[in-house]
Ligand binder design. Structure first.
Ligand SMILES: Nc1nc2c(c(=O)[nH]1)N[C@@H](CN(C=O)c1ccc(C(=O)N[C@@H](CCC(=O)O)C(=O)O)cc1)CN2
Length: 291
């Protein structure tokens, strides 16, 4: 068997094309959605991601607000920029690019964000809304995974999904999304404390690998016909991405997401979805209050 590709680039392009129409409709109502980003430090990877987010905004017609601080920035300096973005009327939603430099209390920064402007779905209020099944921004990478599966017609309803990893941006929240009634999956979450990871993986209809450990998912761990999503990003000595999934898995799985070109572009597309949905919610609320 050679797996079919869960094509994140093409799926993200389709989402962005839909968003272009929705942004034009907002502009016709006098509203231009704006995405703000705060980048602290000069990590080339983070800078690349942030620049990509602004390129995406330009593509669909969303405005950009780009804020940067050096890696010597103090907690107070970072929090001052967060307050400015909270107050900026041009900024519909924003993200603080993670990770922040060592010594910065990330949770304190995220908690200071106006939850109504949380474009990442990582504010405690947004995560709480997800637990309570309320409307709000969804965490971008986990929702990117769900959309990638849906777009390719991979059955999630009733599937046994094994998630490897428990990091805040992905592993922690993906079971919350997949166990909603609309998705209806059964989820096993594995992590560094899991005994016999292979035994869990072999039961999975869908594997979401977000461990950040190169090639931790081996062909012999995968049930023939499973769908395998590679969310892990490690780098080799030449800076090339090495995912969590061994290339040989493509011979066993029915579906596989490439890395790069799989979940990464979906993360960026979902960020734009969150901004446009926030602008649409604001516009509808304004229309109601105007009578
Ligand atoms: N505030 C946030 N910080 C971080 C998040 C996040 O969702 N919010 N996730 C990651 C980084 N990230 C988004 O910020 C991100 C990662 C990867 C991609 C992407 O498109 N990757 C490409 C390949 C890129 C390359 O060659 O290096 C792909 O997979 O095709 C987009 C966004 C951590 N921080």
């Amino acid at each position: 068997m050679t797996a079919q590709i869960l094509d994140g680039k093409a799926t993200a392009a389709a989402i962005k094309s839909d968003l272009t129409v929705r942004v034009a409709a907002l502009k016709a109502r006098g509203i231009t959605p704006g995405l703000g980003t705060l980048l602290v430090g000069d990590d080339p990877g983070s800078r690349w991601y942030v620049n990509g987010k602004h390129r995406d905004c330009a593509q669909v017609g969303i405005g950009s607000i780009q804020r940067e601080l050096p890696d010597t920035a103090t907690q107070e300096e970072i929090e001052d920029v967060v307050r400015e973005l909270n107050a900026d009327p041009a900024c519909t939603g924003y993200i603080v690019q993670l990770p922040l430099p060592k010594g910065i209390d990330t949770n304190r920064v995220l908690e200071l964000m106006d939850p109504a402007k949380d474009a990442d779905g990582l504010h405690p209020m947004s995560l709480g809304r997800l637990v309570l099944n309320e409307t709000g921004p969804l965490p971008c990478t986990p929702q990117g995974v769900v959309q990638l599966l849906r777009h390719h017609g991979v059955e999630i309803n009733g599937a046994h999904v094994v998630v490897v990893g428990r990091g805040v941006t992905i592993g922690r929240s993906i079971p919350l999304l997949l166990t909603r009634k609309s998705e209806n999956a059964t989820v096993t979450q594995c992590h560094t404390g899991t005994r016999d990871l292979s035994a869990h993986l072999r039961q999975a209809d869908i594997i979401v690998a977000a461990a950040g450990v190169p090639h931790i998912i081996k062909p012999e761990d995968v049930k023939p016909g499973a769908a395998v999503l590679d969310v892990g990003v490690s780098r080799d000595e030449n800076g090339k991405i090495v995912g969590d999934v061994h290339p040989g898995v493509a011979e066993v799985a029915a579906w596989i997401s490439p890395n790069p070109g799989g979940v990464g572009p979906m993360t960026r597309a979902q960020l734009l979805v969150n901004v446009v949905e926030a602008a649409e919610r604001d516009a509808d609320a304004d229309a109601v209050s105007a009578g």
